[in-house]
Design a protein around this ligand. Structure first.
Ligand SMILES: Cc1cc2nc3c(=O)[nH]c(=O)nc-3n(C[C@H](O)[C@H](O)[C@H](O)COP(=O)(O)OP(=O)(O)OC[C@H]3O[C@@H](n4cnc5c(N)ncnc54)[C@H](O)[C@@H]3O)c2cc1C
Length: 387
């Protein structure tokens, strides 16, 4: 049975989030001037407001203080949250923390939950996920992982270099993927560990993630045996727990950005006149608007389908690949068309569109570049031909 009707409680929550974004997050945007994401003061202020509005940590289990939404409900709420770049951070459902919370909820030991998950879900700390390495290390191809973990007295020594690690600067801990003799393994590394240092924050086109994207060096970084997250040698297996849902929640939030961009384009197309008519009366502008509506609606349907598969406990690798590849490109197109429809205003700082264009661009690269997903989708299709 296919049913797109939303339960009344979910509609009420969606409307509450919509109001929070309109009344709190969007007005706060003019105060968001720091180079990398919200500064801590504004972040805390917005998180307090989100708690008061009853929209804090929607994806987190109720016993941990969240709203306990499944992926289908999260799709509705995260899209609303994403309408402002500040929404997901205010609601404590932004990357990379949200993906790390999910991973910790599924994989962490009771002690690890206490030490890492609880402060993270409360918004008291930030975290990062350290997988990608400069060449010749892991990028699109995770099997190229070169960071090493060796057993030493009392635990492990990790050595390697990671880069583009979102939020590493200022994070309370990192989840670091390294190659142990038994295979890839995830380790929890506390900030302040003398063996882990932030070498630099890399200048990049976007600036909405607190801490930016850092190059992080692990130099004989010593951690205790209980720092292993999941099992030794099972890092890639456990990374799958994080990967598909985290990819999908990115799609949900960026879909909100696409809607915001289209709304600006619609407003401008309705008001601005040229050649004796409104821009919105011109066929080529209408075509751009129609393509954007189609991009948004197809994105939403693919997200919902994948969310449904994840809620059923399926790995949803195919569904998340299709959704990610489509949504990343579609959202980029929608924002770019909105800029074009708005003309010079579109590239100005008077509207958020130029900023949004910069923010969405990297999504075609992280969580698997579009080409890597297309490659995987095509290989799967060829393997399954005739079935
Ligand atoms: C803003 C941002 C934030 C990030 N945050 C994190 C983070 O928090 N933690 C983390 O671990 N990593 C993070 N990353 C890294 C991200 O996951 C990698 O950039 C991504 O996996 C691609 O790896 P790469 O950059 O090494 O590109 P490469 O692997 O060198 O690929 C380069 C290009 O080759 C092409 N390509 C790749 N595979 C294929 C294929 N199969 N077929 C055809 N063409 C292909 C694509 O065009 C791709 O863009 C972040 C990246 C960015 C840009």
């Amino acid at each position: 049975m296919i049913d797109f009707a939303l339960e009344p409680e979910l509609v009420a929550l969606r409307d509450r989030v919509r109001a929070f974004i309109r009344d709190v997050a969007i007005p706060a945007e003019r105060r968001d001037r720091s180079a990398h994401g919200l500064d801590d003061t504004l972040r805390r202020e917005l998180q307090d407001a989100a708690r008061r509005a009853g929209v804090f940590a929607p994806q987190v289990a109720e016993e941990l203080g969240g709203l306990g939404l499944d992926m289908r409900a999260a799709a509705i709420v995260f899209e609303e949250a994403g309408y402002s770049l500040l929404g997901p951070q205010a609601m404590n459902c932004a990357a990379p923390d949200e993906g790390n919370m999910h991973l910790l909820e599924v994989v962490a030991t009771p002690e690890q939950r206490e030490r890492y998950l609880i402060p993270l879900t409360a918004g008291a700390v930030r975290s990062c996920f350290a997988m990608t390495e400069p060449a010749p290390g892991a990028g699109s191809d995770p099997s190229m992982l070169v960071t090493r973990a060796e057993r030493v007295d009392g635990g492990w020594s990790i050595t390697g270099r990671k880069w583009f690690i979102t939020g590493a600067d200022g994070a309370a801990f990192a989840i670091c993927m390294a190659r142990a003799p038994e295979g890839a393994t995830m380790f929890l590394v506390d900030a302040g560990n003398p063996g882990m240092r932030i070498e630099r924050v890399i200048g990049a086109v976007d600036r909405s993630f607190p801490g930016g994207h850092a190059e992080v060096v692990f130099d004989d970084c010593r951690v205790a045996g209980d720092a292993v997250l999941g099992d030794v040698g099972q890092g890639f297996h456990f990374a799958q727990v994080r990967l598909a849902p985290a990819r999908l929640t990115h799609c949900m939030r960026w879909l909100g950005v696409a809607r915001r961009a289209l709304d600006h384009a619609l407003h401008r197309a309705s008001e601005r006149e040229a050649f004796g008519q409104r821009l919105g009366d011109l066929g080529m502008v209408q075509e751009r608007i129609a393509q954007s509506v189609i991009d948004i609606e197809t994105s939403r349907l693919l997200i919902w389908r994948c969310a449904w598969a994840l809620d059923r406990g399926e790995p949803a690798r195919h569904e998340s690949s299709v959704a990610k590849a489509h949504v990343a490109e579609a959202v980029g197109r929608v924002v770019d068309r909105a800029v074009q429809i708005c003309g010079s205003l579109g590239v100005s700082e008077d509207l958020p569109l130029a900023r949004l264009l910069a923010e969405v661009r990297p999504f075609r690269i992280y969580d698997g570049p579009t080409e890597a997903h297309h490659w995987a989708i095509a290989r799967r299709a060829l393997r399954n031909r005739g079935r």
